[in-house]
Design a protein around this ligand. Structure first.
Ligand code: CDP
Ligand code: CDP
Length: 222
């Protein structure tokens, strides 16, 4: 276990984990781990290579061979910029199937642990506080109603010029959350020692402030 300061942000799809993690990370000068991007990258690579999404051994092997590069907001895999492609709804849906496979999760575990480097790390995902960084000094579990989260995703897509259907987005998010919550390995759930925050009625600044306040309390205690 690491003595490096780690903050974990877990929660369902489009609850704001990534946005808050980046803001908190830059406020503290910490590194940022987008663990969902790793599962998305692995899934896109499998789709591109024609690997069946239930071939657990082949998927785990593929995960062990990945060395994605995160630089200036872009994600490169084997020289290709996959930043946009990994966010498609098709990849989102497939990712939650691939992420349910225990061998895939084991294969990506070390890659995630290595992200904990000085001066500190903010890690977002589903099992950051429960499985990957159980020793984290601060754990936050962010939620918001399915409708609010679908609206957030809808606006993000619109800003990128992608048209989407709000009802369909809501259904997709709920279906993915259900699969993430009900899987046997590393299901989506708050760690016993996590702060649970419903952000349905909060803006980004309010959430960032809340997390930084908790961080300063946690730092006083340790
Ligand atoms: O951004 P969004 O919340 O929609 O998704 P994400 O964080 O990029 O994660 C995509 C999918 O990867 C999730 O629905 C989970 O199935 C999986 N995931 C996971 O199983 N464990 C993590 N630590 C992060 C993501
Ligand atoms: O990483 P995750 O899928 O949980 O969420 P995200 O990709 O950070 O997307 C959340 C979107 O909702 C962003 O466009 C934020 O600006 C917006 N938002 C938020 O993150 N938090 C709030 N409290 C309100 C809005």
């Amino acid at each position: 276990l690491t003595t490096i300061p780690v903050i974990t942000l877990d929660g369902p799809a489009a609850s704001g984990k990534g946005t808050i993690a980046e803001r908190v990370g830059s406020a503290l000068g910490f590194h940022y781990l987008d663990s969902g991007a790793l599962y998305r990258i692995a899934t896109l690579a499998a789709l591109d290579a024609g690997v069946a999404l239930d071939d657990e051994a082949a998927l785990a092997e593929l995960c062990r061979g990945l060395s994605p590069v995160f630089a200036e907001g872009r994600i490169l895999v084997a020289g290709e910029d996959v930043t946009e492609r990994i966010r498609s709804e098709e990849v989102s849906r497939a990712t939650s199937r691939v992420a349910a496979l225990p061998a895939v999760r084991r294969a990506l575990f070390e890659l995630q642990r290595r992200a904990a480097r000085t001066p500190g790390l903010v890690a977002d995902g589903r099992d950051m506080g429960t499985v990957v960084f159980p020793e984290a000094r601060l754990k936050v579990f962010m939620t918001a109603s399915a409708r609010v989260r679908a609206e957030r995703r809808f606006k993000q897509l619109a800003a990128r010029g992608v048209a989407a259907d709000l009802d369909e987005l809501t259904r997709d998010l709920e279906e993915r959350d259900r699969r993430d919550r009900e899987r046997a390995t590393a299901p989506l759930r708050p760690a016993d020692d996590a702060h649970v925050l419903d952000t349905s009625e909060m803006n980004v600044e309010e959430v960032v402030k809340k997390v930084l306040d908790w961080w300063s309390d946690a730092s006083k205690l340790s």
